[in-house]
Design a protein around this ligand. Structure first.
Ligand SMILES: *Cc1c(COP(=O)(O)O)cnc(C)c1O
Length: 268
């Protein structure tokens, strides 16, 4: 458009002629999407459907991680990630002061406390300089949000976490496919959890997913919310369905104090 063109305000013609609705419509739903959903409905396979496992495999491959685990939403994925990292009653989690509440609130559900750290005004993400003085012997995890798909200073944050032997949970609900130094955001922390709800850049409806390379974290996430995947009987009323802690151990991984028992109780 020529710089001398009149603004619409002064009677000029608009530079963008597309319909507003066409530009801002989100999510984009294709005929292929509709056919895939219809097939699931026709199969009557809305629960326990293989398509979720297929998606997990493809998502893990896309992110170059060993494991991916699908959830009903991002909040549940964050809750699973926190529990898998050993967050339990009396523990503390550090989270950024500016984020959607689900990056922090699941800690309360586990009986833990949240300490909010400042964000860096340049990145809008957790400021590595404001983390360390908030770490106490009770701190179990740092939640990092790659805000609006802009990666946090993950190298610095990982270094701080390693030094204090605490886990890093990436809330990557804004950053599907975003890169940090050539690696996918969400895969740099010990575990990445992300929302896939309709407003996000990778929308599937209501949904969430967790990615990790850590076998113990993966198994603990399964133990917390996916009893049907552990291989133990799912009909808890059956006489032979008395599950003991010993039987669950291979699925949960190393016991982590009180939260281990809390999780087992939640499972049963
Ligand atoms: C959307 C969002 C969530 C929660 O996801 P839901 O799928 O709505 O549960 C968590 N964290 C951040 C940063 C988000 O933007």
């Amino acid at each position: 458009m020529s710089t001398t063109a009149k603004l619409v305000l002064f009677g000029g013609s608009p530079a963008i002629t597309l319909d507003r609705g066409d530009i801002f419509k989100w999510p984009i739903v294709t005929d292929e999407d509709i056919a895939a959903v219809t097939q699931v409905l026709k199969d009557g396979a809305m629960s326990g459907t293989g398509i979720t496992r297929e998606f997990e495999k493809e998502w893990a491959a896309y992110n170059n991680t060993e494991y991916a685990l699908g959830y009903c939403n991002g909040t549940a994925a964050l809750l699973g990630a926190m529990w898998a990292c050993g967050v339990g009653a009396g523990d503390e989690v550090i989270a950024p002061g500016m984020t959607y509440w689900a990056a922090a609130a699941p800690a309360l559900q586990l009986g833990a406390t949240v300490h909010f750290a400042d964000i860096d005004p340049e990145t809008l993400c957790l400021d590595p300089k404001d983390i360390e003085h908030r770490i106490s012997p009770r701190t179990k995890a740092i939640v990092v949000v790659n805000y609006a798909a802009y990666p946090a200073d993950l190298d610095e944050i990982m270094e701080i976490a390693k030094r204090h032997n605490i886990k890093v949970i990436e809330d990557n609900s804004h950053g599907h496919g975003a890169l940090y130094k050539g690696r996918k955001c969400g895969t740099i922390g010990d575990v990445g959890a992300m929302s896939l709800m309709s407003g996000k850049s990778f929308p599937v409806g209501e949904g969430g997913i967790l990615v990790t390379n850590d076998r113990t974290i993966y198994e603990r996430s399964i133990a917390y919310g996916f009893y049907e995947r552990t291989g133990v009987p799912s009909n808890f009323n059956a006489p032979d369905a008395q599950i003991t802690i010993d039987e669950l151990t291979p699925y949960i991984g190393a016991p982590l104090g009180g939260s281990y028992v809390a999780g087992a109780v939640a499972l049963l």
